[in-house]
Design a protein. Structure first.
Length: 454
């Protein structure tokens, strides 16, 4: 593999690690793996935002500008990170050993994803038709990159936000061409991060050795998850930023540290820039957390003495993280070209048959052999520990997922542009794929979580 393809990812990871260290100091050695995984996703999201400024300010890809922005940001973060006093080392010997063993085990299983991805170097259907073609427009189009937003190119979904294409453009910055290695590498990295994150979170909570690895291994040994994860779709980014956002929001509900609210806002902003569904989910998750902060009683497990930003500051940071998505939707998106309102259309009306088809297909999909029973496992796990999974801070996950899934199913009913059977067949499994890591975390989280460390 070309070494230059790795440089942008390394710069982003280091920047993300320094930024996360400034926002959220590591208070315990076991927090280090979780912070490392979150920092990689944080850094790549920040790189996408910086790359977006290249097109907003210069109206074309400019290598010197983009590299300069990243170098200045990295140097500034390194300076302030080294200035910040730290009373705890990031790793001790036990944590280093546990992390190394987990990394080896997960790396072995991740090789299956690497091997499988080699059979589809250009990715799946939407990879070359939607995401990779947009990245090439941005990287190679010069001042004509906005041609990709023409309504006549409706097959490429020009109304979709640009997080994944911008990450790939940043990945090409140190190369002479739009090498297919970069989109493939992006997919592999986010597949690994999405699988590592549940382990890192549960490990930071002090769960018994071996238990935190179960959700990660379930993901990396699941053929269908690997298939979709390496397809170079934005769905794998959606899955990662959803889980990262909800984890930070759960920490905010526990009042553990003010930095979790800031991180949650940043991850929600990145989630909103991944897909239109991400924009909807980010707003729903933030609103649900604010409401739960108001109505949830203080419990013994909460660190009520820990500071958190005032409501105004938290909302301001969230709005700031939404700016890239707002700019795209207001000034650049041509709007959804594949939408017909079935409630007002006489030629394509929404019907009761459409509702029955949606509900029946959802039931069949959850039991489909391609999932190897993982959804049955999740539902069984939730039922067996129902009191824990549906009370306190954990209520946030079912509230967010239920509202989001209801919105998606309602959209299937409302938008009658496509035949419902075909649309469900090609898209519903991808909706479930984005929710799978979060649902596994929901099953294992209440089982493994412990009293927050003071």
């Amino acid at each position: 593999m070309n070494f230059f393809a790795l440089i942008p990812f390394m710069i982003s990871a280091i920047s993300g690690f320094c930024l996360l260290g400034l926002v959220l100091p590591c208070r315990h050695p076991k927090d280090f793996p979780c912070h490392a995984v979150l920092s990689a996703g944080l850094g790549l999201g920040i790189s996408a935002f910086l790359t977006w400024t290249c097109f907003l300010l210069l109206q074309q890809f400019h290598k010197t500008y983009l590299i300069s922005c990243h170098v200045v940001l990295l140097l500034a973060l390194l300076y302030f990170y080294n200035k910040k006093p730290r009373t705890l080392p990031g790793l001790d010997k036990k944590t280093a050993l546990d992390t190394a063993l987990a990394a080896v085990l997960l790396a072995i299983t991740l090789t299956a994803a690497w091997h499988f991805g080699q059979f589809y170097p250009l990715g799946g259907w939407d990879a070359w038709q939607v995401w990779n073609i947009k990245a090439k427009f941005l990287f190679l189009g010069g001042g004509h990159w906005r041609n990709m937003l023409q309504p006549s190119l409706w097959q490429t979904s020009p109304h979709y936000p640009l997080l994944l294409p911008l990450i790939n453009v940043w990945g090409w910055t140190f190369q002479e061409s739009a090498s297919p290695v970069t989109p493939f590498l992006t997919a592999i990295i986010f597949t690994g991060l999405t699988a590592f994150l549940p382990w890192a979170i549960l490990y930071s909570w002090g769960a018994r050795r071996g238990v935190p690895l179960l959700p990660a291994l379930l993901l990396l040994t699941h053929p269908f998850f690997i298939t979709l994860g390496t397809s170079q779709y934005a769905d794998i980014l959606f899955a990662f930023y959803l889980l990262a956002s909800l984890f930070c929001l759960l920490k905010s509900l526990d009042h553990e540290h003010a930095g979790y609210g800031i991180l949650a806002s940043l991850f929600l902003g990145m989630l909103s820039f991944s897909k239109p569904e991400g924009t909807l989910l980010a707003l729903q998750a933030f609103a649900s957390t604010v409401i739960m902060q108001m109505i949830l009683p203080k419990t013994a497990g909460q660190n009520t003495a820990a500071p958190r930003p005032p409501w105004g500051a938290w909302i301001a940071i969230f709005c700031l993280a939404l700016i890239p998505t707002i700019i795209f939707n207001v000034f650049y998106s041509p709007g959804n070209q594949t939408f017909i309102n079935g409630l007002s259309s006489s030629s394509h009306p929404a019907s009761l048959f459409r509702v029955k088809m949606i509900l029946a297909f959802l039931t069949v999909e959850l039991k489909s052999p391609k999932w190897n029973g993982i959804w049955i496992f999740i539902l069984s796990g939730l039922l067996l520990q129902a009191p824990k999974c549906f009370q306190g801070k954990w209520l946030l996950i079912p509230v967010v997922l239920l509202i989001y899934l209801s919105s998606v199913l309602s959209y299937y009913f409302l938008n009658t542009y496509f035949k419902i059977d075909w649309w469900l067949q090609v898209s519903l499994h991808r909706i479930l794929f984005t929710l799978l890591p979060t649902c596994l975390f929901w099953v294992f989280g209440p089982l493994c979580s412990s009293r927050p460390r003071q």
